[in-house]
Write a protein that binds this ligand. Sequence first.
Ligand SMILES: [Zn+2]
Length: 241
Amino acid sequence: MDGRYDRQIRMPEIGTEGQRKLEQSVVTVIGCGGLGAPVLTYLAQAGVGTVRIADGDTVSISNLNRQFLHWEEDIGKEKVHSAAEKLRRLNPQIRVETFPFYLTEDNADRILSGSDVVVDCVDSLAGRLLVGRQCLARDIPLVEGAVQGFYGYVLDISRKTACLECLGYHLGKSPAPVPALGAAAGVIGSLQAAEALKILLGRRELLLGTMLQYDGLCCEFDKIEIKKDPRCRAHLSCGEE
Ligand SMILES: [Zn+2]
C-alpha cells in the first residue's frame, strides 16, 4: 500500500484487515446527484474496491448548487460519466462501473446483483420505494437517505428491520423538484457514506430500526426508534416472516 489509506488504517475500527474488506467490496449507489456526490466521493476515497453508479439523468445548471461531482463544463453530459471521471481521477486504484439509466424492475438484477451494500441517493419518493423493494427482494442491506430544504433523514434497511413502507411513506408524496440546500445534502450524504462503510466493516452500531432525523435550521439531530410493520407489503413480498 502506498500510504493513501494510512490515516484510516490507523483507526482500530478499520486496520489493515478492514481496509482489505473495503477493497474487496462492491457498493452500488443509485443516483449521483446531491446525495450521491458526497456518498461516492467518500466511498472512493476510502478505497471501496468497486463502486457502481446508476442514474439516467444528464447534468443541468440547476444541479450545480449541490451536486459537486458535476461542474459547469459537464452540463449536458450523462451524470454517471461526469461522476465516474472525477472519481477515477480522485482514486485510480478503484473500479468505477456506470449504468447510464434509471433503476427499474427489469434492470434491477443487472445493477444490483453482487452488491454488498446499496446506497439510495434518488430524489423522489417513488424512486426510493422502488430501490427499497428491489433491495429487500435480494436481501441486500440498504442505506436510505433523503433531503428536503434544510431537513433530511438517514435509515439503514434490512429484511429484519423497518423500511419506508413499514412507516407508511408509500402513502405520501414528495414535491418535484425537491428544494434542497447543498450543505444539507452534504450532511445526509456523508452520514450515508459512513453507514455504508460501517456495514462493509461488519459494525453493529447501525441505523437499523432507528431513523436519524436532521433539522439543519435548528441544528438538531433526533434518533427515532421505528418498528417493522407485520403487514408491510414490501417486506411480505420478499417472503420474510
Ligand atoms: Zn417494510
